[in-house]
Design a protein around this ligand. Structure first.
Ligand code: BGC
Length: 463
């Protein structure tokens, strides 16, 4: 009898959890055949922009963790970046920013999100390069004269080599170096910049660098992943509090940039697909949002790692949340030790050139997810890698439709930044991924507006 009851419970428990999960985490799907994507509306004053990051476009970033990584080799002697590529001169944006700002004006956008390169501003510990700082001041001035708001990111995956040598964000005691850098930049630029992003995608930085080993420092250590993530969130909180205390701090809008990438179960009836999907969502999305809602950070990977931290000051430590959204993937349980899962897409999905598909409904879901932080939202990145330029138009139509629908349903989204202004250095993928509204010829440094970008220009100029 007891055995029968235990057996029944063992069957009932997974079934009940699956039902609960299915109800709580629906995989939103719209019938695009029945949707008129031109039926969109954006409120007056909605901020349209484009985004880039220093290492990906500037050129001459040769003193940071990524420049080291690009020349390093993996355990098998292979280069770390696809085709052994290096960021190098990139788009030479450092010298060509005036030309690029003119390109933004042609698009009609009113904001530009870019990152300041810490390794150029503070090339050696405690030594600040005033000429580098003047450069960013000039960029802001040219933007303002063009009627474009500068939006600054303080950390977008790169930092100086000296900071790396000190153990970067692996060590909590290094956070004050980052706070000092941010205070310095804020002190110099606060009169020109109103919107500030502290850290770009802490979850991507931590998981790619410490769990998957695809970004520097190439480690595969679940516990360290949790520690680094905790330190990045703590760093954001400390920077937020520090800048708020500075002159004009109360005027500035300061936020964190969070990538939401849904990891949906491949089979919606499969307990193990579900359990893995919930675990990955916990690491990548939920534990971060939870920290800012409650002050409690709890990062847990079953039998592998657990990091706990409490800082009540994390609650409300942001004036807005920056949402970077690209797509989702499906998690499939595998019995193939040491691999226990694979990330897959469904056969009927339209792929981008990255490993993930076009999934505009996910933007709607992601907006709903970050809205739980109860602060205004900016879409700080959204775009498609599409070398053939045969899906960009569709991508933009669908994602802008999803965005407009979310706004119409009452979500407080204040702006949208397309990723990216032009093709650039796509980290571990090198130069193969073409995210640009403008196509780059890296030999001649010529920029050319893509056909697939025209719909974006049309919408921006209608609103
Ligand atoms: C990053 C960008 C990157 C983009 C496209 C985001 O995760 O912030 O730097 O280029 O995704 O992959």
């Amino acid at each position: 009898m007891i055995i029968a009851i235990v057996f029944l419970l063992l069957l009932l428990f997974p079934a009940a959890t699956i039902l609960m999960w299915r109800w709580k985490y629906p995989e939103l799907r719209w019938d695009w055949q029945k949707i008129d994507t031109s039926k969109i509306h954006f409120p007056a004053g909605f901020l349209w922009g484009v985004a880039t990051a220093a290492h990906q476009v500037e050129g001459g970033c040769d003193n940071n963790n990524w420049s080291e990584w690009e020349t390093a080799r993996d355990e098998n002697g292979k280069p770390r970046i696809k085709n052994g590529q290096k960021a190098g001169l990139a788009c030479d944006h450092w010298n060509r920013y005036r030309e690029d700002i003119a390109l933004m004006q042609k698009l009609g956008v009113k904001a530009y999100r870019f990152s300041v390169e810490w390794s150029k501003i503070e090339p050696q510990e405690g030594l600040f390069d005033l000429a580098a700082l003047q450069h960013y001041r000039d960029v802001c001035d040219v933007l303002l004269a063009a009627g474009i708001k500068p939006v600054v990111t303080l950390h977008h995956f790169t930092h100086p080599i000296w900071f790396d040598r000190r153990g970067s964000f692996e060590r909590e005691e290094n956070i004050p170096f980052f706070v000092r850098f941010c205070e310095f930049v804020f002190h110099e630029l606060h009169g020109k910049v109103h919107l500030w992003c502290t850290i770009n995608e802490p979850e991507v930085y931590a998981t790619q660098g410490y769990f998957r080993g695809e970004f520097p420092p190439g480690k595969k250590d679940p516990l360290l992943t949790g520690m680094v993530l905790k330190n990045l969130l703590e760093a954001h909180t400390q920077v937020y509090r520090a800048l708020k205390k500075m002159p004009d701090g109360d005027q500035a809008q300061i936020g964190l940039v969070k990538n939401i990438f849904q990891l949906d179960p491949y089979h919606r009836w499969h307990w193990l697909d579900w359990a893995l999907s919930r675990q990955l969502n916990h690491v990548f999305n939920d534990c971060i949002l939870q920290f800012f809602k409650t002050g409690h950070f709890k990062f847990k990977i079953s039998r592998m790692a657990e990091v706990r931290h409490f800082n009540p000051g994390a609650q409300r430590a942001m004036d807005f949340i920056g949402l970077n959204y690209y797509s989702h993937l499906h998690v499939k349980f595998l019995w193939n030790p040491p691999e226990f899962f694979a990330l897959a897409h469904r056969p009927d999905e339209i792929m981008t050139d990255m490993i993930y598909p076009i999934y505009a409904e996910g933007l709607y879901r992601a907006i709903k997810t970050v809205a739980s932080l109860s602060v205004p939202i900016y879409i700080t990145e959204n775009g498609i890698a599409d070398a053939k330029d045969d899906r960009r138009d569709l991508f933009i139509r669908r994602y802008l439709y999803a965005l407009s629908r979310a706004i119409n349903d009452g979500y407080d989204v204040l702006g949208y930044f397309y990723w990216s202004l032009m093709d650039n250095f796509e980290w571990a993928e090198g130069y193969g991924m073409k995210f640009g509204l403008y196509e780059m010829n890296f030999q001649t440094q010529e920029r050319k507006l893509r056909k697939g970008a025209e719909y974006f220009v049309k919408v921006v100029n209608l609103n």
